[in-house]
Design a protein around this ligand. Structure first.
Ligand code: DAT
Ligand code: MG
Length: 139
């Protein structure tokens, strides 16, 4: 499997609770290299665009409200098989269903406030990374 990239966000719930360090540690221990990273906050427009695929879902309003309520850490991660391996590391969307040893098992509190984002395909990883980072910010 070739080395590739995925995109992640440490979401407002995890930032509020002081979990940035713990989550970054799990990312490092998982063998991911951080090639871009910033501390930022999504505007309503950013969050609506980022999650546009979910705009017809009943939880969309809550999701946008949640994702904009405070700062996030956005990052691009590099590893062999990055997208799939990072989905494994973060665990199921609903932390109640997340496996032991996953980031969401350890740090997420609910399906809506689930601590981290991970891209679901190479194509989306590229789109989401470009949404947050200019080429000169990626190392
Ligand atoms: P994931 O973040 O695991 O890729 P997703 O893409 O299906 O999950 O959904 C994006 C986010 O939307 C998810 O991280 C949290 C929120 N969400 C998903 N399903 C939800 C639900 N049933 N109720 C509330 N929020 C939900
Ligand atoms: Mg998703």
């Amino acid at each position: 499997m070739a080395t590739n990239r995925t995109f992640t966000m440490i979401k407002p719930d995890a930032v509020e609770k002081g979990y940035i360090g713990g989550i970054l540690n799990m990312i490092n221990e998982g063998g991911f290299k951080i090639v871009a990273m910033k501390y930022t906050q999504l505007s309503k427009r950013d969050a609506e665009a980022f999650y546009a695929i979910h705009k017809e879902r009943p939880f969309f309003g809550e999701l946008v409200e949640f994702m904009t309520r405070g700062p996030i850490v956005a990052a691009i991660l590099e590893k062999e098989n990055a997208v799939a391996d990072f989905r494994t590391l973060i665990g199921a969307t609903n932390p109640a269903e997340a496996a032991e040893g996953t980031i969401r098992k350890k740090y997420a509190s609910s399906i809506g406030e689930n601590a981290v984002h991970g891209s679901d395909s190479d194509e989306n990883a590229a789109i989401e990374g470009a949404f947050h980072f200019a080429g000169r910010e990626i190392f």
